[in-house]
Design a protein around this ligand. Structure first.
Ligand SMILES: C[S@@+](CC[C@H](N)C(=O)[O-])C[C@H]1O[C@@H](n2cnc3c(N)ncnc32)[C@H](O)[C@@H]1O
Length: 627
């Protein structure tokens, strides 16, 4: 259970429509279940314990990389009175897709020397890869909008008065979210809709190519920061070189004067009729349609994170809506683009994401950029696996006897066939949907009045798992008073199952002078994944007759290692990465954040005696061993 609940920002804005009463041109915009979110808003944001896992660089840093859900991260920030001045979010788009991470098997350092020559020109196609699901983006519209409403309410609760928020979406759901934002931030605080236009590979089709995303920009109040940006067009440049120029509007910004010595400008200024804004002379004010290319696959900034956005895009947003030392936050941070650019531009940053792959990618990216920051973990019970998709799959396999059953509604994850009680439907909350993660009265009501009546008369028991429960006594009382059928409801804590399942990898090593030499690395979890992949390839070969693309792992297993870090400062608690090597997908080593052109040799050097070793495998699982 959450330690406590933190109130969202105070009231819906006066005079604004609330979610289920959105009356504009005499019509009512409503969506099914739009009222479901309101009691969660009344209850507040769940606050969990937050651990500092690691501090990189300056110990006093205020920058944060937080693993956890957006709403819980906001609860933490609000409880600690931390305000953010600029928010950019690029949440899942409700696109119906599942996103996968490509996992690259590294070179085997025990063989690297011999194969170095032959492999020197190892191209991308030559790399041995398989995929793992990272996060699902499969939603129905209503659930998505309720989820988004909670996230946006949470974010507004931690925005400073000068704050702006940019929400990056596309045609799938953008227009609906714009209306939610009108409601939450106020229509008068809508600043602009930015169109990000890009080129991409086109395929012939009977439709227009969808080549843009939308970014909605709202402010918290009318005190928001705005730094005008300029775009130099060739035309303007020439004109300016030839003399002077007044331009821009005579609108809300007043008269924009590029050269106050211009006689026409002087006359207008002298008339006193206009508020004069001296703009810098470098070009035309930037419009809200941005042509920024996708990240080139070979670009330095490319981190192989699905849906990674270009630094150039964030650079614009951060420059427009924040000043140096302000706090820039991204609560769906992915590859860490916002944090990286904010740091480059001397802003403070907060990066948050539910997926451990995001936290690792961002951490490594920020180390390479020389940033200082804390890595923090929200103890919400979902932190045991790399990402919620993987956790969901794992949970299902851990409940003894659980089988899928098509004859009951999708609400139930499956059934257990018990010799005494018969068929027991089992409900497991969806970790990807914070709306169902918490067992509250609304959900219990749905179960007893909506789902249970649909079950056949033969069903005598159901099991309800929860990851978080509002108040067990209250829930039991509600069930007792409202259940109108003779059926047993067993409530079970999902975290008890998760707690038993932390699997760590095994490493064998020895110390030679000032070096740790890794002899063997065994990761049962990864080997299982690779076996699954090989089986799939075998079946494909049978079906297509094409050459089988197997992945074979050596006995030493060193090609499954992505990173090794040594803590030479303390035996427990917050991690200090005193020495660190990271092996990139082509086998080159980055040492303490500095890229090299050396292949990994299976060792890591140290100056001070190491007390703990942390090893991250190529899929992102980390294991810690005391030396
Ligand atoms: C489209 S990606 C963001 C990509 C990012 N802008 C970049 O450039 O790399 C969306 C991210 O949201 C994360 N996510 C999904 N649900 C979340 C939640 N409730 N709280 C925080 N992060 C979440 C996913 O793990 C994923 O990394």
């Amino acid at each position: 259970m959450a330690i406590k609940y933190i109130p969202y920002f105070k009231e819906p804005i006066q005079g604004q429509a609330i979610l289920d009463n959105f009356t504009r041109t005499k019509r009512v915009l409503k969506y099914a279940e739009n009222d479901k979110v309101l009691n969660r808003i009344e209850r507040g944001m769940p606050l969990y314990e937050v651990d500092t896992e690691e501090i990189v660089g300056n110990k006093e840093t205020e920058n944060m990389v937080i693993r956890g859900e957006c709403v819980s991260a906001c609860a933490y920030l609000k409880e600690n009175n931390i305000k953010v001045d600029l928010v950019y979010i690029d949440p899942p788009f409700a696109s119906g897709a599942d996103y996968a991470k490509t996992i690259y098997v590294r070179r085997n350092p025990k063989l690297a020397e011999a194969i170095e020559k032959a492999e020197e020109k190892l191209e991308d196609e030559g790399l041995r890869t398989f995929e793992e699901k990272m996060y699902g983006d499969v939603w129905n519209k209503e659930a998505y909008l309720n989820w988004m409403y909670e996230n946006l309410m949470a974010i507004k609760s931690v925005m400073s008065e000068k704050g702006s928020i940019y929400v990056h979406l596309d045609w799938h759901i953008g227009h609906y979210v714009k209306i939610l934002m009108d409601e939450i931030f106020g229509e008068e605080n809508f600043i602009d809709e930015i169109i990000w236009h890009y080129e991409k590979w086109t395929a012939g089709s009977n439709m227009l190519q969808k080549n843009h995303d939308v970014i909605y920009w709202y402010s918290k109040s009318n005190e928001f920061v705005f730094n005008e940006q300029r775009k130099l067009t060739e035309n303007l440049k020439k004109k300016y070189e030839n003399g002077y120029l007044i331009g821009g509007g005579y609108g809300s910004n007043g008269l924009v004067v590029y050269d106050k010595n211009n006689p026409k400008a002087k006359k207008l200024i002298d008339s006193g009729k206009y508020k004069v804004v001296y703009a810098n002379t470098e070009g035309k004010p930037l419009s809200d349609v941005w042509d920024i290319p996708f990240i080139n696959p070979m670009a330095n900034e490319r981190s192989d994170y699905t849906n990674q956005k270009p630094e150039k895009l964030l650079e614009r947003i951060i420059k427009i809506s924040s000043n140096e030392n302000m706090v820039v936050a991204d609560f769906f941070g992915g590859s860490g683009v916002t944090a990286k650019v904010a740091n480059d531009l001397n802003r403070k940053f907060i990066h948050c994401d539910v997926g451990i792959n995001s936290i690792e990618t961002t951490r490594d990216r920020l180390i390479e950029a020389g940033a200082s920051f804390k890595v923090m973990d929200i103890k919400d019970g979902v932190n045991l696996y790399r990402n919620p998709v993987q956790t969901m799959e794992k949970i299902k396999s851990l409940i003894p006897g659980l089988k899928e059953e098509e004859s009951i509604s999708e609400f139930w994850s499956g059934v257990i066939n018990d010799s005494k009680v018969g068929t027991i439907p089992v409900y497991i909350p969806n970790l990807m949907d914070s709306g169902t993660k918490i067992l509250d009265i609304v959900l219990v009501n749905k179960i007893i009045n909506g789902e249970i009546p649909e079950l056949g008369d033969g069903v005598r028991k159901v099991i309800i798992y929860y990851i978080d429960i509002i108040d067990k006594k209250e829930v039991k009382k509600f069930i007792k008073e409202n259940l109108r059928r003779d059926i047993e409801i067993e409530l079970k804590d999902l975290k008890e199952i998760l707690d038993e399942t932390v699997v760590t990898d095994v490493v064998e090593y020895h110390i030679e002078k000032k070096e740790i030499v890794i002899d063997k690395f065994i990761s049962d979890r990864l080997i299982g994944k690779i076996d699954e992949y090989n089986e799939k390839m075998k079946a494909q070969k049978v079906a297509t007759g094409k050459k089988e693309k197997r992945i074979d792992i050596s006995n030493e297993g060193l090609e499954l290692i992505e990173m090794i870090s040594l803590d030479c400062t303390s035996k427990k608690g917050t991690w200090n990465s005193d020495e660190e090597i990271k092996i990139d997908k082509k086998g080159y080593v980055t040492k303490n954040g500095k890229k090299t052109k050396e292949f990994w040799d299976g060792k890591i050097a140290f100056k001070k005696k190491p007390l703990r070793i942390k090893i991250r495998n190529i899929a992102g699982d980390e294991s810690v061993i005391n030396v």
